[in-house]
Design a protein around this ligand. Structure first.
Ligand code: SF4
Length: 149
């Protein structure tokens, strides 16, 4: 198991998102920012970039500030640990109804609380419909056994 998973390996949002499979949850985004900073320095990219079309316009100090910021903040603790948007309508509603997963909710079909997810809302709801009847543990087991994690 990736060390970034420790502590979040069994975390699942009520929307069915598995935190360890999310690059913000498992730390991959922050790690890639760190790695990119190292590549920029080791390969001396700012030194030769101006010699290549468009490279002279890049503000490498800003790039570095952005990547440093990502190393620190482009992480998510998972919505059960206070990560994610605090006003997520899905999380708030599921918590009020005492549901671990929205797949257990009898109102899932007509629920409009997923709309804020935009283009992903349909996919997220369809996934929840497919896992109806499964507990969180059974869902995680199913996803792991299908090698999707
Ligand atoms: S109504 Fe049901 S499906 Fe919709 S957010 Fe609330 S718990 Fe989830």
């Amino acid at each position: 198991m990736n060390e970034a998973w420790v502590g979040i390996e069994n975390q699942v949002g009520p929307c069915g998102v598995i935190c360890g499979a999310c690059p913000l949850g498992n730390g991959e985004v922050a790690k890639s920012a760190d790695q990119t900073r190292k590549y920029i320095a080791d390969c001396q990219i700012p030194v030769w970039a101006p010699l290549i079309a468009g490279g002279e316009k890049i503000d490498w100090d800003s790039v570095d500030r952005g990547l440093k910021w990502m190393q620190k903040y482009a992480r998510c603790e998972g919505c059960r640990n206070g990560g994610g948007p605090p006003d997520c309508a899905i999380r708030i509603c599921a918590r009020e109804r005492g549901l671990e997963l929205c797949s257990s909710c009898e109102d899932l079909d007509g629920c409009d609380r997923f709309e804020w997810l935009g283009e992903h809302s349909r996919e997220v709801k369809e996934n929840l419909k497919k896992i109806r009847g499964l507990s969180k543990e059974e869902y995680l087991k199913k996803m792991r056994s299908s090698s999707r994690l």
